[in-house]
Design a binder for this molecule. Sequence first.
Ligand code: HEM
Length: 185
Amino acid sequence: MKDTKNQLSFLSVSLHWLIAIGMIALIAVGIYMAENEAFSLYPIHKSIGVIILGFILLRIYWRIQNGWPVALSDYKPAEVRIARIVQWLLLIGTVMLPISGIMMSGAGGFGVSVFGLELIAKNPDPVNAGKVIALNPTVAQIGHVVHSWGGNILIAAILLHLIGAIKQKLLYKDGAMARMLGKQV
Ligand code: HEM
């Protein structure tokens, strides 16, 4: 079933919440492990990050098929514009974060695996045991910068999105939140 104005499809609702929860968890774990050098968390973060990229790409395909959800009230033009900018930031952020992570780890020589299944091989340094040699330091560096900045931009976009959703619920009371939970409005 496709999205309609009054009800979103099961796939739209499931992908929204799966990706929302996944991204928030990955941001929290990412910041924690980077700040505390918790290296044991890196493989889990990377594995879930690669898996979630599959769902993100499916969501983009589904969004192209369905278009944006139709507004339920006559929102102010400025509100619509801000909401659209934030939605684009979220969409771009969800794609850029995993891709930059893969660039950073893969080109950095650290390798990328999904729960043990190797996608990009590690490139160990034959001289310094336990160290790796970057396959492409420039790509790895770009990936690192985008991953760090992207994380901050994504946090800001998620907060703005949340504020918008709360405002919609309290001010317009138009059922947009219920619709996002799969209910018919
Ligand atoms: C899919 C969504 C993802 C999100 C939301 C995410 C988010 C984050 C965040 C916020 C950080 C902390 C950045 C910092 O403070 O410098 C981080 C660190 C990291 N992420 Fe991700 N990440 C994702 C996917 C991936 C993927 C797919 C990989 C690799 C395959 C990856 C590899 C890493 C690594 C290696 C670090 C540590 C960087 C460091 O030690 O400086 N991430 N991630």
